[in-house]
Design a protein around this ligand. Structure first.
Ligand SMILES: [Fe+2]
Length: 321
């Protein structure tokens, strides 16, 4: 299976990754929405492949007048190479009062949505809150008071509406409005997965801070997404992720010097994985290992049948002993 990454523009796709076209792309229309698709290999940034990529993009863009500007890039990963057994990553999650199993999705959807510049008094309040009432060390991710923020944020509803339009265009109509939302702050993020607490959910994040030179990084997918105001990302909670410096290959606390502002604020929605639209957009297969699921009494993630954890610095899977 190929991981699918979605961008709203070619420029954003190129910023996110060095890629070259592996095969020609095709267009696809579902629910009247044109989607730009291509199969690209994330290898070296070679010039002939780049020119071909641009040529195909321009040609397709001229054809698809009705496009929403969403680009889907289907990327080869190492495990999709011949002669190698693909890794099997399985989430065991609470569904009511039973544990169900499911495949962990390789699909990350990303785009840019309109977020008007945040009011100065809101930013000042967040600075005060972080400095005086919480501990936000490098690598920490913490909840912030959303109701208090909304009192200083007249454009909050507009931001949510933009996000709702974006998720609707991806095939998730009404899902955002029905899901829990939280306001979060992070100062970078050590690599982790959230499958022991949110295995039954997909995260849908809208980043609010200006570009501070940080990327959200999915090491198993070899995917980086630059964080700036309006970056939107949907991903499987069980997929290892971290927030690191753009120049860095991993998480290093020393990269987040206290005299520099590396705080990223974001809104996050928990979308239920068992929602038919959510499962479809992330191409999740359910009940892949019912016998193990029936023996568990807590959420967990297993790689090729073994319980695993994520190395906080490299993001690689490690066996738990
Ligand atoms: Fe997380």
């Amino acid at each position: 299976m190929f991981p699918i990454i979605t961008f709203e523009s070619m420029a954003q796709a190129e910023r996110a990754s060095a890629m070259s076209v592996h095969e020609s792309f095709s267009s696809e229309t579902r629910d009247g929405v044109a989607v730009w698709s291509m199969i690209a290999a994330l290898d070296s940034l070679c010039r002939p492949a780049r020119s071909r990529f641009h040529l195909l993009t321009r040609r397709f863009a001229q054809r698809s007048k009705r496009s929403t500007g969403i680009v889907t890039i289907v990327r080869m990963n190492r495990s999709s190479q011949p002669n190698r057994t693909p890794d099997t990553l399985t989430s065991y999650f609470w569904s009511g009062d039973t544990i169900r199993s499911r495949r962990v999705s390789d699909i990350v959807r990303t785009g840019m949505v309109e977020v008007p510049a945040l009011p100065t008094r809101l930013l000042a309040d967040w600075d005060r809150e972080i400095a005086s009432r919480m501990v936000l060390e490098p690598g920490d991710v913490e909840v912030m008071p959303l109701a208090r923020a909304r009192m200083r944020w007249p454009d909050y509803t507009r931001c949510v509406q933009s996000m709702s339009n974006w998720t609707g265009a991806l095939g998730l109509p009404g899902v955002l409005a029905a899901s829990d939302v939280a306001l979060m702050a992070c100062r970078g993020a050590r690599y982790h997965h959230d499958g022991e607490q949110y295995g039954g959910a997909v995260f849908c994040n809208l980043f609010l801070s200006e570009d501070k030179g940080l990327d959200v990084h999915f090491p198993s997918l070899d995917l980086r997404i630059p964080l700036t105001r309006g970056t939107a990302v949907i991903f499987d909670t069980c997929q290892p992720h971290g927030v690191i410096q753009r120049h860095s290959g991993g998480f290093n606390a020393a990269d987040f010097r206290p005299d520099q502002d590396y705080v990223q604020m974001f809104l996050t929605w928990e979308l239920p994985i068992e929602d038919a639209h959510v499962g479809q957009v992330l191409d999740v297969a359910f009940d892949v290992d019912p016998s193990t699921a029936s023996r568990l009494d807590a959420e967990q993630v297993r790689l090729n049948g073994e319980p695993v954890m994520v190395c906080p610095e490299s993001g690689r899977w490690r066996r738990t002993d």
